[in-house]
Design a protein around this ligand. Sequence first.
Ligand SMILES: [Zn+2]
Ligand SMILES: [Zn+2]
Length: 406
Amino acid sequence: MSSKDWLEKDFYAVLGVNKSASTDEIKKAYRKLARDLHPDRNPDNKAAEEKFKATSEAYDVLSDDKKRKEYDEMRSLFGSGAFRRGAARSGNGTQFDPSDLFGGFSGAAGAGAGAGADRRFGGTGFSDIFSSIFSGGAGPGGAGAGPAAARRGPQRGRDVETEVTLDFVQAVRGTTLPLTLRTPGACDTCRGSGAKPGTTPRACPKCQGSGMISSNQGSFSFSEPCRDCQGSGSVVDEKCPECRGTGGVTKTRTINVRFPAGVADTQRIRLSGRGEPGDRGGTAGDLYVQVKVRPDELFGRSGDDLTLAVPISMAEAVLGTDLKVPTLDGPVTLRVPPGTPSGRKLRARGKGVVRKEGQAGDLIVTVDVQIPSDITGEARDALEKFAKLTPPPGRERLDARMRRAG
Ligand SMILES: [Zn+2]
Ligand SMILES: [Zn+2]
């Protein structure tokens, strides 16, 4: 069963229970219907057979807590008008192409901020469900209708999510970037009606302007969006040339977004009220910016500390040395004490992420002692002399174990 079916079918009505019915009530209702409608009892009764099937389908969803929850959420989301911004017949609403919802919606940015965008719906995972509805061939606007399309209260604008990629240094220091957001809005030429200026949409003759078609089959009643007007309740004879009758256009707006010093890869920044504007006096949605940080070829990051690996020679490790290393603010010199083992960490204080509040991370330098694999000539002679002069480290405990093992 496709998700599209879910939108069009009222499983509660099919089972004759109300929306708050308990699992037991649902089971009872189903059992009774299944008994009454069973093909054995209704031989050659096509209508009973259809109802029997519809009953099983409804029970299949409503008896499964998880499916029922998804179904309820989907119906309420759909019914709340979240997917339509007023019908054309409201005069000032917006019809829009559902494809705007899921694709072709991109935030772009200047100054090195690559961006792609999509929108999410509060983590409910419904975008998947809805994209399958929208791709289900219902035609443009086919998903638009719902019983609650008639709801006329203020509607909060949708949240918008966009993605921005920052350079490593931009993320460490913080930066402000202009983000260009494309969001669907009402066409100014026709004020969202989709009708050519000077003409007005007329009530859909099929559904008499209600946007819904109801049909009764015995004791069952079904409501579904009118297919002639895609549930908008109105039909347009002469299409608006600007939006080609959709009533919606893509609007571009640019906002400056400040990324604080130390913003991290995968961090999500919420900008309250910078999402889509609300409808009919509703508040605006929020803008979520998903941050990606491009790695640096040298530096790594660990929280507010920067990290850097520096190769040193065996002799430098043994004798000690002053090591000049780069930081984001120019080179610093670190003292490598004599007898430094490979892997030791040295710290350049305050050379990490500097927060606005004042605290700062460090640059942590890890020394990596290089062992020559090929040593010849005088260097080899010198090392052999060194080897003679320095006995190998004591391995008494290992020797003892080997003796014990026989
Ligand atoms: Zn228009
Ligand atoms: Zn209609």
